[in-house]
Structure formats: structure tokens, C-alpha cells
Design a protein around this ligand. Structure first.
Ligand SMILES: Nc1nc2c(c(=O)[nH]1)N[C@H]1C(S)=C(S)[C@@H](COP(=O)(O)O)O[C@H]1N2
Ligand SMILES: [Mo]
Length: 411
């Protein structure tokens, strides 16, 4: 898709009448922090409500209505490496999200430590700069949080707070160059159109170091899988930070501020920090650990065509397939074990759609005799980093990437 004229004509005036999160809960607690409610996971990750009431969205697992937290049903990942827009997961921090955007009035400001402040229209972005395209996994830092033991509070996601899309947009670098970054710039801060529910709460903002922002890969995307972004996934523009957790992928992006001091805002400095330890792991209750902002993703892999609890014939080959991703680089290999990790065998990798995206894998396994098996799948990325065999733990429930196990009964 070298020619992006199709997307350009698809970005049309948006008059969304559906209300995002129409059945909002009453806001009773005064402190903004208390609005970050803990989400119980009654019945476990498998027993959650499916909703079809969100604009431009198909069936999604409803985690929360206002602000929306919608999880991708896991079977969607078996359909291919690109996650369809209408079942791509959704996560917002604050409930005041525009329900329509007038694309003629929309503008993206570029300001702060720059030679020239810019106010770019969508037309300027779509027609004034070279377009780039890349497939990349967007994964919430807290994806799979619901599996943490001991349990931690936060959005109790199973494994569906991730998705892979083909993103089209412009390089952040080109936009920054247009404004002219002044010497002494240290970070770039990004903000969207969503707003806190109470005045004293911090607007959602994230920052990247200046060199990262100018690496030529970080993108301002206006299309996802060949279509304009769904409203709840950040229409009309969102940041795409390949290889980094989705917290940095600011949606409905309308403000870019170049900073000459490190960002001290809550969302960069306090929230979304991880222990500066191996696998970001600490012992429950451990204190006094140095915390750093969450950053690069780590490898993961999943079986998508067979669910835990399935039965197969003993002594006969069974077909297994799934997805893997390397995190901040490509997938080098996906291996499986049917003997609790004593021996590993390589699965076959599918087409490489780009190092930051999902990669499909497939294999046949033969479970020799009747009985219960735990089939383990392990991704090793092209930096030589493999998934760990023991789960890590941190109080925010971030960065889970332990080797997954699928329980299969051979009969
Ligand atoms: N403007 C804005 N952008 C945001 C957020 C937000 O609350 N507001 N949440 C971030 C987080 S934590 C995640 S996980 C991703 C989710 O992206 P998605 O909803 O498109 O899947 O958006 C990121 N960008
Ligand atoms: Mo997130």
C-alpha cells in the first residue's frame, strides 16, 4: 500500500452520535485518584460480559464502560496476524472523550522548545509530509494483569489487551523538523483531546526522550489496517511507538510539546513505572526499589487454535498454531515443549510482516500416551531474549511475559 490516497479520502467528517460509555456510573468519590477504580474479575478471566454497544466496535469483552476498557476476545487472534479494527482492544484513563471530531476544525499543535510553533491541520499532515507504514503490536503495560499472583489491582485484563495493526502515518521526526527543535531539548510530551473528569486531576500525557522521538520510527498514525482509526482507538491521529508499551501511544493526539527539562507530570514520572530489576520483578511487599518509566516490550507467544482443557487423540499428530512477538525486535524462534520444558522443539514461523508485529507460528505435536499435558510455547526474540519460565511480579501488574502453558488432555 504505497499509495495512501485511499486513506486520505476515507478521512471524512465525523459526526458520531453514539455516546461513548453511555451507561456511565455515578461519580461519587471526591478525589480524582479514587476514580481509578479496581476492577474485580468475578468468575475469572473466562466469565466476562460481551458488549456490542460501542461505536465502530464488534463483540468485545466489557471490562468497564466509562471510561471504556474493552478487551479483544482471544479467539480473534487465531484469525490472522492483523487484529481487526472493530475488535481491537480499547483503554482510556479519563471518561471525558469527544464523541465526535470535526476534522475541518481539528489541529495538532507543535510548541515549546522549537523555533516555530505550528498548528497543523489534518490536511497538512495527510498531504504535506511523506507517509510511512509499519506493522506493530500495541500492547497495554497491564495486559494479562488478571493472572498475577498474588493479585494486584488495576484493569483485570486476560491476554486480550493487545493487538497488531498496519499503521499508516507520518514520521514524528518530520513533524518536529518542521517546527525546528532548539538545542537543549530533552523530551517531547504528547497530549490528546480526552480530559479528566474533575478539574484538579492530571490530563493524560506521556513523554519520550528527544532522541527516541526523532528516531524516524515513532509515527503519528492516521490509519490502521487501511482505514481511519476507530474513534475509541484515537481518531483522527495517534502516536505509534514501535516496540514500546501502549501507554506511550497517545490517542486523539492534538498537542506536542518539546521540553527543555525532563517531564515531571504524573503520568510520566509516577504512573507507569516499573522496578529497575530483572524482568521488572520484585517480591510482593518488597520496598525501597528504584523505579523507572516502563519502556520496551518483551517477547510473548500464545497458542490460538486450541484452548486449555481441549482433548486430542493420543499418539496422533495434532495441529497447533498461534502468534508470537519479539517485543522491541523481531521473532527469532518459537519453540514448544510437551515435557515441562525438559526438551524443546522448533515450531514453523509464518510470514514476517515486520519486526514489531505479530508473527504466526504453527506445528504438529504428538502427545504419545493418554493423559494430561501442559504444552509450553516459548518465543525467543532476535536480540536473544527468551520468555522466562517463572512469572515475574510487580505491584502494578505490568509486563507479564512468562511462558504460557496450555493444558491438553490426550485420550
Ligand atoms: N489520549 C489518550 N491516549 C492513550 C490513553 C489515554 O488514556 N488517553 N491510554 C494509553 C494506554 S495506557 C493504552 S493501553 C493505549 C490503548 O490503546 P487502544 O485503546 O487503541 O487499544 O492507549 C494509550 N493512549
Ligand atoms: Mo495501558
Amino acid at each position: 500500500m504505497a499509495e495512501n490516497g485511499a486513506f486520505r479520502s476515507m478521512v471524512t467528517r465525523r459526526r458520531l452520535l453514539a455516546v461513548v460509555g453511555a451507561t456511565g456510573a455515578a461519580l461519587t468519590k471526591p478525589a480524582w485518584a479514587q476514580r481509578m477504580v479496581d476492577l474485580p474479575l468475578p468468575g475469572g478471566p473466562g466469565a466476562r460480559e460481551i458488549t456490542t454497544t460501542f461505536p465502530q466496535k464488534g463483540p468485545m469483552i466489557l471490562q468497564r464502560t466509562r471510561p471504556p476498557l474493552l478487551e479483544t476476545p482471544f479467539e480473534v487472534f487465531d484469525k490472522g496476524v492483523f487484529t481487526p479494527n472493530d475488535q481491537f482492544y480499547v483503554r482510556w484513563h479519563w471518561a471525558l472523550i469527544p464523541t465526535e471530531i470535526d476534522i475541518d476544525k481539528f489541529s495538532l499543535s507543535v510548541r515549546g522548545h522549537v523555533n516555530k510553533t505550528l498548528s497543523l491541520s489534518l490536511n497538512d499532515i495527510l498531504h504535506g509530509l511523506p507517509s510511512v507504514q509499519l506493522s506493530a503490536v500495541n500492547q497495554c503495560s497491564g495486559n494479562s494483569r488478571g493472572f498475577f499472583q498474588p493479585r494486584v489491582s488495576g484493569g483485570e485484563w486476560a491476554n486480550g489487551a493487545m493487538g497488531n495493526a498496519l499503521w499508516t502515518g507520518v514520521r514524528l521526526k518530520d513533524v518536529l523538523d518542521k517546527a525546528g527543535v532548539k538545542p537543549g531539548a530533552v523530551q517531547v510530551r504528547f497530549k490528546g483531546l480526552d480530559e479528566p473528569v474533575v478539574a484538579d486531576a492530571p490530563h493524560f500525557m506521556k513523554s519520550l526522550d528527544i532522541d527516541h522521538a526523532r528516531d524516524g520510527e515513532v509515527m503519528i498514525a492516521y490509519a490502521m489496517n487501511g482505514e481511519q482509526l476507530p474513534l475509541v482507538n484515537g481518531f483522527p491521529l495517534r502516536l505509534v511507538v514501535p516496540g514500546w508499551y501502549a501507554t506511550y501511544w497517545v490517542k486523539m493526539l492534538n498537542d506536542i510539546e518539546v521540553l527543555d527539562q525532563p517531564d515531571t507530570n504524573y503520568w510520566t514520572k509516577v504512573a507507569y513505572t516499573i522496578p529497575d530489576t530483572q524482568h521488572a520483578s520484585i517480591k510482593p511487599g518488597e520496598t525501597g526499589v528504584k523505579m523507572i518509566p516502563i519502556n520496551r516490550m518483551v517477547p510473548r507467544s500464545f497458542v490460538t487454535n486450541v484452548a486449555s482443557g481441549s482433548k486430542v487423540n493420543a499418539g496422533a499428530p495434532s495441529f497447533l498454531r498461534g502468534i508470537a512477538f519479539g517485543g522491541d525486535c523481531g521473532v527469532a524462534s518459537v519453540d514448544f515443549s510437551i515435557d515441562r520444558g525438559q526438551s524443546w522443539h522448533q515450531a514453523q514461523l509464518g510470514k514476517d510482516e515486520g519486526k514489531y508485529g505479530f508473527r504466526q507460528w504453527q506445528t504438529h505435536i504428538t502427545l504419545p500416551t493418554p493423559g494430561e499435558y501442559s504444552v509450553l510455547i516459548r518465543c525467543t526474540n532476535s536480540n536473544g531474549v527468551a520468555q522466562p519460565d517463572t512469572p515475574s511480579w510487580n505491584p502494578a501488574g505490568f509486563m507479564r511475559n512468562v511462558i504460557e502453558s496450555t493444558d491438553i488432555m490426550a485420550v
